[in-house]
Ligand binder design. Sequence first.
Ligand code: ADP
Ligand code: MG
Length: 270
Amino acid sequence: MKLIIKDLHANVGDVEIIKGLDLQINTGEMHAIMGPNGTGKSTLAQIIMGNPQYEVTSGSITLNDEDLLSMSVDERSRKGIFLAMQYPNEISGITNADFIKSAMEVRLGKDEHISLFKFFREMDGAVKDLKMNANLPHRYVNEGFSGGEKKRNEILQMKLLKPNFAILDEIDSGLDIDALKIVGENVNNMRGPEFAALVITHYQRLLDYIDVDFVHIMIDGRIARSGGKELITKIDNEGYDWLKEELKIEEEVPTRRNIALGTCGIKEAK
Ligand code: ADP
Ligand code: MG
């Protein structure tokens, strides 16, 4: 399967946040998006999943040549897209187990169900893999969970739902070093021909545990640079300033040319 984003522009209110973003993700690949705060990483994740707060003004997102942007959130989910949120919601009155089981069952045919035995065997296995507290499946979704437990809970859902495209938005924030390792390894174990991940992260540490094939740096609503793992080390050592500098230079080239075409007389007169 392939997810293709072409020249995407999107607004929040009147403000343009995504400013011409291109990205292609195929199943079988692991991608990371890194970038400074406020560059639109979460906005991109929300748009792929279909949050109506964000208005796509131009460009396209397709999933196997189908228009993703015209699909409901529910349809996107059933097509295999999954978002682990930066700030997971609490859902009072619904247990974690019921929540995940219903989400699994809507992926089956009408009137098909998962046997409770099979479900709990799988859920208990995933809970153990993530070294989560055994009572978490029976508590209300995220209610009273610590920050780290909420993040693990997103990964628990991913393990059980087995999406084709998982977008993980700063799944590492709020995790201590042990939890980071557990979460990272569990994500890495999902690797396979039918799975792709888009791992959004602010720091390189999570990527010590997730073997990514592509690294993209997002700055100011665009993918400013794509490469391999060498970019992680570079960002770790040097931050993002070098790229901002480079981009300024690149941005100035057309501006200079415009000035040269239109106003060389003025420049000479100075
Ligand atoms: P990142 O995840 O890269 O830190 P975000 O996508 O969260 O960045 O935010 C990008 C910009 O869009 C920020 O300036 C943020 O304040 C703004 N923004 C994002 N979502 C909203 C929203 N729902 N309402 C208002 N502004 C928003
Ligand atoms: Mg964010």
